[in-house]
Ligand binder design. Structure first.
Ligand SMILES: NC(=O)c1ccc[n+]([C@@H]2O[C@H](COP(=O)([O-])OP(=O)(O)OC[C@H]3O[C@@H](n4cnc5c(N)ncnc54)[C@H](OP(=O)(O)O)[C@@H]3O)[C@@H](O)[C@H]2O)c1
Length: 248
């Protein structure tokens, strides 16, 4: 898939992998729209990269998702790629955490990581399918294959997004064969989300470069870095993959 001159929406692109995706895509001559909650971070991105369009919204809420979609319909009807990148992760032990904390963090994770990509896909499909070619890229994780112990809801939302991506691919390919449904599975990446934990992380720039390379090569599933190894282990011996991740 050629990316030059395309208009692309990257959600959650003021930090980490999203910010790196923007940088890679700008180098390829794309026009980019980004969204996040933090206004100052959006302004900083716009100041750094002239021509970038920004939209402030909270993707944990349905109204935030709908406002973003309305803005795209009104201002960017030529959007051809949606990258559902925004995500949150909470470490949560259900044995000890108070219910109020579990309710709050779970609603955030389910809202941002799963409900927002589902609703955005539905709301922006009419825009995307009008373009000569287009794509929805959903950022999941190797943990969508096998969950780890410490973030049960995060892993569940990513497994759900993986399943949704596959199913939607089947549906879309019948009616809109020019629209692609892509899943990207980064390994552990050095961002705010993983600060203070994990080893052997790759940089956001490397993760973004591998994701964009996979999109350009026409991959339906993009396994970046060590996610590829996890995919192989998971395929050959799922119980070994589960044992490795169980204790994380
Ligand atoms: N880091 C990893 O090791 C890793 C590995 C595999 C997959 N992933 C996935 O890659 C994606 C990016 O992760 P990351 O590590 O780059 O995260 P990050 O550095 O924490 O950045 C998250 C981005 O999402 C935005 N965001 C968070 N909550 C939001 C909300 N309610 N509404 C709108 N925007 C929101 C943040 O901006 P605001 O806070 O201003 O809203 C920020 O721009 C996520 O989907 C994550 O699950 C990450």
């Amino acid at each position: 898939m050629k990316l030059q001159n395309r208009k692309i929406l990257v959600t959650g692109a003021t930090a980490g992998i999203g910010q790196a995706l923007v940088e890679v895509l700008l180098q390829k001559g794309c026009q980019i729209i980004i969204c996040a909650r933090n206004e100052a971070a959006l302004d900083a991105m716009r100041n750094e990269h002239g021509g970038l369009c920004t939209f402030r919204c909270d993707l944990a809420s349905t109204s935030g998702v709908e406002n973003l979609a309305e803005y795209i319909h009104a201002e960017h009807p030529d959007l051809s790629i949606l990258i559902n990148n925004a995500g949150v992760q909470y470490l949560m032990d259900f044995n000890t955490a108070p219910y109020d904390e579990i309710r709050h963090t779970s609603q955030q994770e389910i809202g941002v990581n799963f409900a927002a990509p589902v609703l955005l896909s539905a709301l922006l499909l009419p825009v995307l399918c009008r373009q000569p070619s287009g794509a929805i890229v959903n950022i999941t994780t190797g943990l969508a294959l096998s969950p780890k112990k410490s973030s049960p809801v995060y892993c569940a939302t990513k497994a759900a997004l993986r399943s949704f991506t596959k199913s939607l691919r089947y549906q879309i390919s019948e009616k809109y064969p020019h629209l692609r449904l892509i899943e990207a599975l980064p390994p552990l990446v050095d961002t705010a989300m993983t600060r203070g934990r994990g080893t052997g992380k790759i940089s956001p720039v490397r993760a973004a470069a591998e994701i964009i390379n996979g999109v350009e090569r026409g991959r339906d599933e993009i396994y970046a870095g060590k996610s590829n190894l996890l995919r192989i282990v998971h395929r050959i011996a799922p119980s070994i993959a589960e044992r490795i991740l169980k204790s994380w």
